[in-house]
Design a protein around this ligand. Sequence first.
Ligand code: X90
Length: 289
Amino acid sequence: MEYKIVADSSADLVELSGIPFASAPLIIRTAEREFTDNAALDVAEMQNYLADYRGKSASACPNIGEYLAAFDEAENVLCVTITGKLSGSYNAACSAAKEYTAAHPDRHVLVVDSISTGPESALLIERLRALAAEKLPIAKIRETITEYQKKLHLFFALESMQNLANNGRVNPIVAKVAGVLGIRAVGKASDEGTLEMVSKPRGAKKMIEEIVEQLKRHGYAGERLKIHHAQNLSAASDLLAAIRSKFPSAKAEIGEARGLCSFYAERGGLLIGFEGAINPAKAERVLLV
Ligand code: X90
């Protein structure tokens, strides 16, 4: 069994060791410039540019051809996308999977909708890599990964939700809470893979307390956790320290949000993906062809 992992760039992975890997980039676009969310993207420079830019900005997911190029010649493709409720990426990947296997009946593609993004997708991908290393048949990988997915959770803390609101990914009234007088919007990925608001802590300290409280409430007990930050290593480090003081042996680490997540989480935003309690209500969107 030869496996390749393909993910869209919302997983914040520019590379992955130990297994063939390709990232299908999303694009962030203004009237003047276009940013391809690949390894060459200077995320800080994009953020600086966007902070001063007053016009419209938007994103676009990879198309079928870009997914086909990422699948390349792999025998078995394990593909992870951003939530299909907020992006066309999952649909594009599924269409590519059907074309790919129609042209090569001996090949297989598993497409997993993360129902999430960023650090939760990265956790899924690392688990897929481990399953591939065990050389499990792809049907078994499908079964195991969808079960694993039910215990993954994603929280976010955002200083601004302007880009989410401008692009119709969140209700503009909901979006107003963030960015006013140091108020953070703390929320989570809903069971369906949309943004669900949880609270509006005032100030960074309260935000960290809230996240730690939510981790406990969602069954976090020191298992794997990833914090992806949008140009905010200091808040990510403070959060990690707070997590470690409650869970000294936490398998927790910090990573950097790449282009797509940085665009929507905006400067200062944090995304936290972790292994916690099983959520049987979590949506399952997966295709195996
Ligand atoms: O297809 C496209 O153009 C991509 C659209 C993506 C829209 C949403 C991105 C959200 C990124 C913000 C906070 C976490 C939200 C979790 C929701 C499940 C990060």
